[in-house]
Design a protein around this ligand. Structure first.
Ligand code: ADP
Ligand code: ZN
Length: 209
């Protein structure tokens, strides 16, 4: 099954995608994770990407599409995948339509920006395995350490409050138009993502079973 997870930053796409991927035994493809991985290379391109991400802006479409194409050339996508964070603009979606046929777009809705701001500014991530925590909703058993692998937890640069506010503006102007785009194609289903990850997961299970 080929799925797209659409929704504002902080909607829980990444957290829930990890669980759905495990259930379906398909890979999670997060463009955000791929870009953060690229940053580690320290090349001039990496520095450019870092400054875009830290401001909460979007990476240029052409480069983003190329990165997704590369990722989809690997063998592990044969039985499907979840795209988490792509496409994020209409030109990205149009380019993607030319190369792939998607089964379902799940639209994570969150009624209130204040929920998003609280989720992101309290988000912590494991440096080693990428597991996602939240200081109030999903606290780690030991402060600052990952339950799964013991790695150190960190706060993403773009989870600082100013970057979060900009990401919301960018989402509304550039990404939200995809809701109409996929609705017209009959591919979009809404879920309520203002609830906890478990209940969000249950709604998705119903849609894919
Ligand atoms: P979130 O969904 O929480 O905003 P992501 O990890 O998906 O975070 O993305 C982090 C950043 O990576 C984005 O703010 C953006 O700068 C960049 N990025 C990720 N996916 C895309 C994309 N499809 N197009 C352009 N930029 C992207
Ligand atoms: Zn970990």
């Amino acid at each position: 099954m080929k799925l797209i997870f659409l929704g504002p930053p902080g909607a829980g796409k990444g957290t829930v995608a990890a669980d759905v991927c495990k259930k379906l035994n398909i890979p999670q493809i997060s463009t955000g994770d791929i870009f953060r991985e690229l940053l580690k290379s320290g090349t001039p391109q990496a520095n450019e990407i870092k400054s875009i991400i830290d401001k909460g802006e979007l990476i240029p479409d052409e480069m983003t599409v190329q990165i997704v194409k590369n990722r989809l050339s690997k063998d592990d996508v044969k039985d499907g995948y979840i795209l988490d964070g792509f496409p994020r603009t209409i030109p990205q979606a149009e380019a993607f339509d030319k190369i792939e046929k998607i089964d379902l777009v799940i639209n994570f809705t969150v009624p209130d920006d204040s929920i998003i701001i609280k989720r992101l500014t309290e988000r912590r991530i494991c440096k080693k395995c990428g597991a996602i925590y939240h200081l109030t909703n999903i606290p780690p058993k030991t402060e600052g350490k990952c339950d799964k692998c013991g790695g150190d937890l960190y706060t993403r640069g773009d989870d600082e409050v100013d970057a979060v506010k900009n990401r919301l503006i960018v989402y509304k102007s550039q990404t939200a138009p995809l809701i109409a785009y996929y609705t017209e194609k009959g591919l979009l289903k809404d879920i309520d993502a203002s609830v906890n990850p478990k209940d969000t997961f249950k709604q998705i299970e119903k849609l894919i079973d």
